[in-house]
Design a protein around this ligand. Structure first.
Ligand code: NAP
Length: 263
């Protein structure tokens, strides 16, 4: 399938590792000029080299913390300076800490709001003028299966990510006339560095092996395994493409069948 991504300019945030990096690599392989960001510059440069070596396409790396409004402005300014416009925005950030209602203070709630909601608002605000002007845009927010089925100990993720769904649905209706499509993807358990770390910690604290803990997580997944980051990226690349021209306002899981609901 010809995806029509050759020469398109894509910003993928929080992309030196994990899901973000897999999305950036997927878009770059399809011919997009990709802009990546993260806070740790060493890891960011490593990711840039890895993506470039695997795609032979232009990659721009800009150090940025998505909780910092000035960093977001600078990220978009650098994109425009180097590539002239932006066609695709993939919003991603770190995850809020795990815990229950009793564990969190106002500061924790506000930090999660800044990390997972305000970063999305600010990124969209900065790219919209370019997308409106060219009457073409794709915005894809990386959320979580928690927006379809809450996970007990992830109250911050369950709550704050729902606001991204509300934002995207509202904007999908308002931006359709500019041919700007906005969708959310909802990853399930995916073997990124973050998830490997969580499995390792759990294995250490319970005296089990990495494989035992991983298999326990996979028990509730009908496909019987955790996802590879590339499997989420494949959907993001499709949603960013010309071929996804009639999909907007959707929230699509990539969860191996983990969500039990039918909506
Ligand atoms: N993996 C899963 O199973 C899964 C499932 C559902 C949802 N999610 C969500 O998907 C997102 C990505 O998860 P992941 O598993 O890919 O994590 P990961 O492997 O830890 O990668 C996170 C990436 O985000 C960057 N980052 C974190 N905070 C940032 C910030 N404030 N500003 C800019 N960059 C930032 C990190 O680089 P620096 O630390 O250098 O900034 C790194 O490049 C998270 O929100 C997570 O909760 C993951």
């Amino acid at each position: 399938m010809e995806l029509g991504l050759e020469g398109k300019v894509a910003i993928v945030t929080a992309s030196s590792k994990g899901l973000g990096k897999a999305c950036a690599l997927g878009l770059s392989r399809e011919g997009a000029k990709v802009v990546i960001c993260a806070r740790n510059e060493v890891e960011l440069e490593k990711a840039k080299d890895e993506i470039k070596n695997n795609s032979n396409n232009d990659v721009l790396a800009v150090k940025a913390d998505v909780t910092n409004p000035n960093d977001i402005k600078n990220l978009v300014e650098e994109t425009i300076k180097n590539f002239g416009t932006v066609h695709i925005l993939v919003t991603n950030a770190g995850g809020p800490p795990a815990g229950y209602f009793e564990n969190f203070t106002d500061d924790d709630w506000e930090n999660a709001f800044k990390l997972n909601f305000m970063s999305t608002v600010r990124l969209i605000r900065e790219v919209l003028p370019f997308m409106k002007n060219q009457k073409w845009g794709r915005i894809i927010n990386i959320t979580s299966v928690t927006v379809k089925q809450p996970i007990d100990e992830l109250i911050l993720s369950n709550s704050i990510r729902m606001s991204v769904v509300g934002l995207a649905k509202t904007l999908a209706l308002q931006l359709a006339k500019y041919n700007i499509l906005i969708n959310n993807v909802a990853p399930g358990y995916t073997l990124t560095d973050r998830v490997k770390f969580v499995i390792e910690q759990n294995a250490k604290s319970t005296g089990r092996s990495f494989e035992e803990v991983k298999n326990e997580l996979a028990k509730d997944i009908p496909l019987g395994r955790l996802a590879d980051p590339e499997e989420l990226a494949n959907l993001v690349v499709f949603l960013a493409s010309e071929k996804a021209s009639y999909i907007t306002g959707a929230t699509i899981p990539v969860d191996g069948g983990w969500i039990k609901g039918t909506y």
